[in-house]
Design a protein around this ligand. Structure first.
Ligand code: CA
Length: 235
């Protein structure tokens, strides 16, 4: 059975996972150290193509993105993330006083920016403000297992970038399964969590919804354990 790579951040999450995209080795090295001593789990990427790929893996809570990168520019990376529905909170690093870079960054979908050189304290303050804002967003999104759930729109964006509309029940079921990916969930457990308190609970109806989610996400997404329940597959 494959390890919980894409969904691990959801289970017993304590650390904030940060993707640091910076091709200046010295700056990246010292920032990584300082961020880690402030409690972040940091992965560093030094080129745009890899960074875009990593940012789509849905394991990060926030990214710090330099704009001048080899292979693919930071603004292109950001633009690509946003056009795929990836809402990862991003702080862009720009050259000092380069107002056009800041404009480019915001146009591409940055949440905040910081001009180089900067004090790490300022980056830390901006990171915690951004993470706070992201967690306060009404109708938030859940980015897990390569899927993006949008509560406000009641949609799921699949791994191949297609956005599908869900009913309220489908949405609640999928969210619950994603939050407990890799674990066996019994029919009665699922029923308890997706219906309102007063509604008629019929656990056989779960099968209908599971079938519908498989149609949307692919047959391999949810495994049936006979007599036990269902598992949302981690990979
Ligand atoms: Ca650079």
């Amino acid at each position: 059975m494959p390890g919980p790579v894409n969904c691990s951040a959801l289970n017993g999450k304590t650390e904030v996972r940060l993707l640091l995209v910076e091709d200046d080795e010295q700056l990246a090295g010292s920032l990584k150290q300082e961020l880690e001593s402030s409690g972040y789990a940091v992965d560093v990427s030094a080129n745009g193509v890899e960074a875009e790929y990593l940012g789509d893996e849905a394991v990060y809570d926030v990214a710090v993105l330099d704009l001048g990168l080899p292979d693919r520019s930071g603004s292109e990376v950001l633009h690509n993330w946003r056009s795929k529905g990836n809402t990862l909170p991003v702080i862009v690093l720009t050259a000092r006083n380069a107002w056009h870079e800041r404009v480019d960054g915001f146009k591409a979908g940055a949440d905040d920016y910081l001009g180089k050189p900067f004090h790490t304290e300022e980056l830390l303050a901006r990171l915690s403000a951004l993470l706070h804002r992201a967690s306060q967003q009404p109708g938030g999104t859940l980015n897990a297992c390569g899927l993006l759930l949008d509560e406000e729109r009641q949609t799921v964006t699949t791994r191949d970038g297609q956005q599908k509309q869900l009913t309220g029940t489908e949405f609640r079921l999928l969210r619950y399964m994603l939050l407990h990916a890799g674990k066996v969930l019994s029919k009665s457990q699922l029923t308890e969590h997706i219906y309102d308190l007063d509604s008629d609970k019929d656990s056989n109806v779960i099968e209908v919804y599971i079938r519908r989610l498989r149609q949307i996400l692919g047959d391999g997404s949810i495994e049936t354990r006979r007599g036990q329940g269902y598992i949302f597959k981690v990979n």
